[in-house]
Design a protein around this ligand. Structure first.
Ligand SMILES: [Zn+2]
Length: 348
């Protein structure tokens, strides 16, 4: 790809001069700006069973995806998964509604006061990794396999040593395209069967900052992310078998104008969709789902206990009776947790 020489330039300058497609192509060719850690993928081709509601959870976070953009811009796959699965288009993220603090809440089950990450740039040099346990650390402690595909460098804060069988992110404050990230996921799932996989797609956020949320170019970026989700479904079908895995598709924040970060509705309202094994088909979920509940739901589905007092709770009513029972029973000491009403049904 002739654009590879441009890949070290800031993503905004590439996009401004060549359009967002060039971002995709340029970033896809980025070679030196990456951190990849992986432990013997060849040894992990077989499946670790969880004995819970599902053996495989894939969390997909579409950066900056407003729920109303799914219909407006005809995101066909995300729309289909929402209709076929359980969904809320009125879930909420934290304030500040920014990528790093929001994703930290999504993946630690705690609010910013608890996890402490309120900044939104890569400050691993001064602040190191997040201090509270991530979903990856908790799952791996239970012997489950974990993988994370981050498209922004600031996720380095969540790459806690020993918590991920595979992890990749750009260096510094770099950004990768969905094309590049999804290709790596496809390759990885070709030989490995993680129990918990996280995939971050950046395009709607990149376009929102350049051209504005809900602009034509933003819509195009939403469809790029949607096509990436479609490829992830195909890859998961191939890796785990159709019907043998559970997706959670959500976002870290929305946006308005060319920004986000406030507590206004356009910024904090996010989609929350789950589809696949154990999911109650065609369910519209009530208000009250928070981004921390993504962590609570993923671990509950996999039968992993969470620390006492965790903020994130499983969105129980998104799942079938059978799946709920399996998830509840497989928790080793979760009787106190089991009695807790999920965020969705309690209307928090
Ligand atoms: Zn942003």
């Amino acid at each position: 790809m002739i654009l590879s020489g441009l890949t070290r330039r800031p993503v905004t300058s590439i996009a401004q001069s060549m359009g967002i497609l060039a971002v995709a192509l340029g970033a896809a060719c980025a070679r030196p700006v990456q951190s990849v850690s992986s432990t013997s993928p060849a040894a992990s081709a077989s499946t670790v069973g969880t004995g819970a509601a599902t053996d495989h959870v894939i969390i997909v976070s579409v950066d900056g995806l407003r729920p109303d953009a799914i219909t407006r811009f005809k995101a066909a796959t995300i729309g289909r998964l929402a209709r076929e699965g359980s969904h809320s288009f009125a879930a909420v993220t934290i304030n500040p509604s920014k990528t790093l603090p929001s994703h930290t809440s999504m993946l630690t089950g705690e609010g910013p006061e608890e996890h402490g990450i309120k900044w939104n740039t890569n400050e691993t040099d001064t602040h190191s990794h997040v201090a509270v346990p991530t979903v990856f650390a908790l799952a791996r402690e239970r012997g489950l396999r974990t993988a994370a595909f981050f498209s922004k460098g600031k996720f380095n804060h969540l790459e806690v040593p020993g918590s991920l069988d595979h992890s990749q992110a750009p260096e510094g404050n770099g950004k990768w395209s969905a094309e590049r990230t999804v290709r790596d996921v496809e390759r990885y799932l070709g030989s490995t069967r993680p129990n918990l996989t996280f995939v971050h797609l950046g395009e709607p956020d990149y376009a929102g900052h350049l051209w504005g949320w809900m602009s034509w170019m933003y819509g195009r970026a939403v469809r790029t992310a949607d096509a990436a989700v479609e490829r992830l479904v195909v890859a998961a079908d191939r890796a785990f078998g159709a019907g043998n895995y559970t997706f959670i598709i959500t976002a870290d924040h929305g946006g308005h104008g060319r920004t986000h970060g406030s507590d206004r509705a356009e910024d904090v309202t996010i989609p929350w969709i789950t589809w696949g094994k154990g999911v109650r088909a065609g369910t519209a979920l009530p208000r009250g789902i928070r981004t921390m509940d993504t962590a609570g739901t993923a671990l509950w589905l996999l039968g992993v206990d969470v620390p006492a007092g965790w903020t994130g709770l499983p969105v129980r009513q998104a799942f079938t009776e059978t799946a709920r029972l399996a998830a509840d029973l497989s928790r080793s000491s979760g009787s106190g947790t089991l009695a807790t009403t999920s965020a969705g049904s309690s209307g928090q």
